[in-house]
Design a binder for this molecule. Structure first.
Ligand code: NAG
Length: 151
């Protein structure tokens, strides 16, 4: 009952435009140079996240690094019917996405970026795969989460 009330409250706060971030259920797809603790997409009140065309969503991935690295580069794919399709994001450089570089070993970082959903995208369900690569192209993180593109 209480938790139901809490969920209702969060949804209400989100609907009236408060900044709200509900952790998204994600799958790890091979983070070797780090470990992910939370993934927040905002606004996203249902799972899978409903992404409206023409909107932009903020992404916040909290991870800890297992290695040091001077650079970090994000690579995003949309997996449609099992096929990964490159998904361009405006800023690929992780060092310009909330991360202070050089990345140090055994530190916690918040990777912050935007997921723009263009109006010409078709309405469908897909899986977003988001990787952040280190100097050696190993993944600080590789996460996958389902989304639904809606009108
Ligand atoms: C990102 O998420 C972390 C962990 O939930 C939180 O501490 C931090 O404030 C968030 N950053 C932003 C800019 O939302």
């Amino acid at each position: 009952m209480l938790s139901c009330f809490r969920v209702g409250l969060v949804v209400l706060l989100c609907l009236i435009g408060f900044s709200c971030a509900v952790p998204v259920k994600f799958a790890d797809c091979g983070s070797t140079s780090g470990k992910v603790s939370t993934v927040d997409i905002s606004p996203c009140v249902t799972q899978p996240c409903q992404l409206q065309k023409g909107q932009s969503y903020s992404v916040n991935v909290t991870f800890s690094s297992a290695v040091a690295s001077k650079t970090s580069k994000a690579v995003v794919h949309g997996i449609i019917a099992g096929v990964p399709i490159p998904f361009p994001i405006p800023i690929e450089d992780g060092c310009q996405s909330g991360i202070q570089c050089p990345i140090q070993k055994e530190q916690s970082y918040n990777y912050l970026n935007n997921l723009p959903v263009k109006s010409e995208y078709p309405s469908m369900k897909l899986v977003v795969e988001w990787e952040l690569k280190d100097d050696n192209k190993e993944d600080f993180f590789c996460i996958k989460f389902p989304v639904q593109i809606v009108n």
